[in-house]
Design a protein around this ligand. Structure first.
Ligand SMILES: Nc1ncnc2c1ncn2[C@@H]1O[C@H](COP(=O)(O)OP(=O)(O)OP(=O)(O)O)[C@@H](O)[C@H]1O
Ligand SMILES: [Mg+2]
Length: 258
């Protein structure tokens, strides 16, 4: 029988707990600087929305979020970035005196959003700006600066912007130096090495319902969990719900849509 507790959390018949989003974030989502996080699921399932809900709590002046946007329009990023008072910039390093820029009021997050609109130059410009952001944060990490590098739409970054090497380097090295990478996997096949590294290196994975068997096979890379079990559970999720897996302690629960 379904068990419900006061906060609205409930246990499903299969034993998995479903937590209201706010409660999960407040009580259960713990990350240390340098922890990597992966969001897996097809387009329009709520990956970016969940990432902003989490950033609202974990991005701080000492450990800011750097959100690299790679598409011309993303209403969720626009709206949530404004709500969280993150700073929108279209180049990196931000134009003007860099030291001055960082010295002024320190935001908890930067939305790095290159300009789009010219088919001939969009890819090159977007690639260069995103590459500079990754390299700059990597160099800052070597000097012990903390941060969260949010690589939204990882497929575009890996395949269209050809930044697979840069992103896999971050996954391999950055955790040890306090730079966490948040990776978004719409479809892991044909997206370079980054999704494999991301699943293999993550402290947290948030998996949304995915009808593609090949995508689900990638859960194998997470390690320490039975991929068939994970795959079967993902298939039972409602829209905007996700399965949350934490490597430390091998914990698993469902984060509700609200
Ligand atoms: N928990 C939720 N409840 C209701 N609506 C939601 C929820 N999460 C996301 N949405 C809505 O679903 C749409 C897609 O959300 P979002 O952009 O976060 O998805 P996504 O997985 O990042 O998509 P893409 O892969 O295309 O970037 C948006 O209109 C958003 O407002
Ligand atoms: Mg998105």
């Amino acid at each position: 029988m379904t068990q419900v507790i006061e906060s609205g959390a409930y246990q499903r018949d299969d034993g998995l707990w479903v937590f209201p989003r706010e409660e999960f974030i407040r009580e259960r989502f713990r990350v240390k600087p340098g922890n990597h996080v992966v969001f897996g699921g097809p387009s329009q399932n709520g990956k970016t929305s969940l990432a902003f809900d989490l950033l609202e709590v974990v991005a701080t002046e000492e450990c800011p979020a750097y959100i690299a946007v790679s598409k011309p329009r993303d209403p969720v990023t626009q709206k949530r970035g404004m709500e969280l008072n993150f700073r929108f910039v279209n180049d990196w390093p931000p134009p003007g005196d860099v030291k001055q820029f960082f010295r002024r009021d320190k935001p908890r997050g930067f939305i790095v959003w290159p300009e789009f609109g010219d088919l001939d130059t969009d890819v090159i410009r977007s690639r260069e700006i995103t590459r500079r952001l990754i390299e700059d944060r990597y160099a800052a990490g070597v000097k012990n600066k903390k941060g969260i590098l949010v690589l939204d739409d990882t497929y575009v970054k890996a395949k269209v912007l050809k930044l697979d090497r840069e992103m896999t380097t971050i996954h391999a090295m950055a955790g040890a130096m306090g730079l966490g990478a948040w990776t978004f996997v719409q479809k892991p096949t044909g997206a370079g090495e980054t999704p494999i590294m991301a699943y293999g290196a993550c402290e947290w994975a948030f998996l949304f319902s995915d009808p593609d068997k090949r995508s689900r096979q990638r859960y194998d890379e997470i390690g320490g969990l039975d991929p068939n079990y994970v795959s079967a559970k993902v298939m039972t999720l409602e829209k905007y719900q996700c399965l949350a897996l934490q490597r430390t302690g091998r914990r698993m629960c469902i984060v509700d849509k609200s």
